[in-house]
Design a protein. Structure first.
Length: 188
C-alpha cells in the first residue's frame, strides 16, 4: 500500500499516515512493520522485516530460531485470515440468538483450525530459546502473546466441536469437548 502511494504522482500532498493501535487487535511486530512502511517502503519485505525483528528483539544468539518462530506466526495468525474484517465491525449479539443460528460464526472459526499446529510449533521454538533470553521483557511478552493465542485457538476449536456435537446430539462428544476446554483453562 505505501509503495503505491510513494510512486503515485497524484499523492504528492500525502503528508503522512495515522495509526490507532488501541482499536486494532495486532501486536508490536505488526506495528513495527507498519511504521517502517510509512517511513521508507522501498525495499521493505516481510522476510527482511521478520529477520530484523528477530535480531532486534531477541539478539544474535536467538535470531535464527526466533525468525523460524515468526515464520510460523506469519503462516498462521499473521496471515491473511485474521477475522479483523468480520468481528469488530459487525458483531452479532450472541445472547439473543439460538445456538442453532451460529453456523456463520462457526464456519469463520473453522478456517483458523490449520493455525493450531503452526502456533504450537512457534511456542515450542520460542520455549527452546528461554535460557538464551533470560529476562528479556520483549521475549517474555511475545511468548505470553503467542501462548495465549495458541490456547485461544484450542478453545475455539473445541467450542466449534462442541457446537457440532450439540447439533448432532452427540452427548459423549459434547462432554469430551467440555473437558478439553476445561483443560485449556487449567494451563493458563
Amino acid at each position: 500500500m505505501y509503495k503505491e502511494v510513494l510512486d503515485d504522482p497524484n499523492a504528492v500532498n500525502c503528508a503522512g499516515t495515522s495509526i490507532m493501535p488501541e482499536i486494532v487487535n495486532h501486536n508490536p511486530i505488526y506495528w513495527d512493520l507498519l511504521l517502517k512502511a510509512t517511513w521508507n517502503p522501498k525495499g521493505l519485505t516481510v522476510d527482511r522485516h521478520l529477520r530484523d525483528v528477530a535480531l532486534r528483539r531477541y539478539g544474535s544468539v536467538s535470531a535464527s530460531s526466533m525468525n523460524r518462530a515468526l515464520r510460523k506466526l506469519q503462516e498462521s495468525v499473521y496471515g491473511p485470515y485474521d477475522m479483523q474484517a468480520t468481528w469488530p465491525h459487525a458483531p452479532r449479539p450472541m445472547y439473543r440468538r439460538r445456538l442453532t443460528d451460529l453456523s456463520q460464526e462457526v464456519e469463520q472459526y473453522r478456517k483458523r483450525f490449520p493455525f493450531i499446529p503452526k502456533l504450537r510449533q512457534a511456542v515450542e521454538i520460542m520455549l527452546g530459546e528461554a535460557d538464551n533470553q533470560g529476562n528479556n521483557k520483549l521475549y517474555n511478552n511475545d511468548l505470553a502473546d503467542v501462548c495465549n493465542q495458541y490456547v485461544s485457538e484450542l478453545i475455539n476449536y473445541n467450542v466449534v466441536r462442541m457446537y457440532d456435537a450439540f447439533i448432532s446430539r452427540d452427548d459423549a462428544r459434547f462432554e469430551e469437548c467440555v473437558r478439553a476446554i476445561d483443560k485449556c483453562f487449567d494451563c493458563n
